[in-house]
Design a protein around this ligand. Structure first.
Ligand SMILES: *Cc1c(COP(=O)(O)O)cnc(C)c1O
Length: 394
């Protein structure tokens, strides 16, 4: 096992441990507990004097392989695998805060992430200020004496806004606050928040990491010090642990992450360029096109475009529904990062709980559509969009 291996190699071999049988594929250890040879061995394990597992809520062998592989990919010292992306986000936020603390978060967040900071945290006396994260001066102005955490997602869902992670981290370091980045949209391949100065990275492994629409999962990654001080006890005692079955599925999924993300990005990029030329389309936002509103920040902090495309149809909701209903290869679904191409109308699905005003703030209209590129042949996707758009009035 070498730390210097490149991502594609780590994703196939990193973190693997083998049982006495020497199996090729990672083994699945579906066990709740572990037995000890002697009472003294149990005592030593509990005291932390010997290494080994104690109880699957704390950690288990298949989950451990997944966590180690994710650490190697991310360049993190330690990680905890969680049952879902939201379990990861909630743990990362709550484990380090107490009543009287303050969070500054970018307002363009995945719906449930926004609920955690805007609605849940205040119930426990944790204040939250939401800002337009694109402008660093908004982060600076929102800082209070009790600000402990900055939370952001970049690119954002669904309008693919980009936030200057290094800039936010610099501000946080001036006041000793921690930056938590939800890196789902960028994928661990195209953006390295820890290298940019963030302290904690979270993923919904449900998306590109599984990549085949099977399991929920999440992961929190950071340095050993932060995990030991904040996450370790929270994780053990509140129980957001991932099922070993899901850890096994995700370990197999992640082997092909670079191949899938490459094809998805090529497909997304071709579809973005195609859509930008169509008379029914008012605008296309794609981090990878020169006309992305923050192309300079994309170039600075991302090494690839995106597997998602956001675009606006001139004909509003009626046009969006007509397009979605006419597509055949592309399926209507609110998920993303899947091998299958998926399309969603955020205003009536993922972002239906926001007011019209809040949606407008995020650059979302009734004609906004989010496309998640799959790994199909791009010619079939182009033909599908071309045929479906012909049924949409300009
Ligand atoms: C899907 C998603 C989540 C939540 O993940 P689950 O696995 O569905 O709980 C959080 N953040 C972002 C950006 C997501 O896309």
């Amino acid at each position: 096992m070498s730390k210097s291996w490149r991502a594609a190699t780590q994703l196939v071999h990193g973190g693997t441990t083998r049982s006495q049988h020497g199996e090729t594929a990672e083994a699945i250890f579906l066990t709740q507990g572990f037995v000890y040879d002697t009472s003294a061995a149990a005592e030593a394990r509990f005291k932390g004097e010997t290494d080994g597992f104690i109880y699957a809520r704390y950690g288990s062998p298949t989950n451990d392989m997944f966590e180690k592989r994710m650490c190697l990919l991310e360049g993190a010292e330690d990680a905890r695998a969680t049952a879902s992306g939201m379990a990861a986000v909630t743990a990362a936020i709550l484990c380090q805060l107490k009543a009287g603390d303050h969070i500054v978060a970018a307002r363009a967040l995945f719906g449930s992430c926004r609920w955690v900071v805007e609605t849940l945290a205040p119930k426990y006396g944790i204040e939250c200020t939401l800002v337009d994260g694109r402008d660093l001066s908004n982060w600076e102005r929102a800082i209070q004496k009790n600000t402990k955490v900055f939370f952001l997602e970049s690119p954002t869902n669904p309008t693919l806004e980009v936030i200057d992670i290094a800039g936010v981290a610099k501000l946080a370091n001036q006041i000793g606050a921690k930056v938590v980045v939800d890196n789902v949209f960028a994928t661990p391949l195209f953006q390295k928040p820890l290298e940019l100065g963030a302290h904690v990275v979270v993923y919904s492994a449900t998306k590109h990491i599984d990549g085949q629409g099977r399991c929920l999962g999440g992961v929190v990654l950071s340095d050993k010090e932060w995990i030991n001080e904040h996450l370790h006890d929270y994780f053990r005692h509140t129980g957001p642990a991932m099922s070993p079955f899901n850890a096994w599925t995700l370990l197999k999924g992640i082997e092909t992450l670079p191949l899938r993300v490459k094809q998805q990005t090529e497909n997304a990029s071709r579809i973005a360029d195609f859509l930008a030329e169509q008379k029914q389309v008012a605008s296309v936002i794609y981090p990878g096109r020169k006309d992305h509103p923050q192309a300079d920040i994309v170039a600075k902090q991302m090494t690839g475009g995106s597997t998602l495309v956001c675009f606006e149809l001139k004909g509003g909701k009626e046009a969006a529904f007509a397009l979605q209903d006419a597509l055949e290869v592309v399926k209507i679904s609110n998920n993303l990062g899947d091998a299958k191409s998926l399309i969603t109308h955020p205003a009536t699905t993922t972002h239906k709980n926001l007011t019209d005003e809040a949606r407008a703030e995020l650059g979302m209209s009734a004609g906004t559509v989010r496309f998640s590129a799959g790994i199909e042949d791009s010619e079939d996707l182009l033909e599908d969009f071309s045929r479906a758009l012909s049924k949409v009035n300009a």
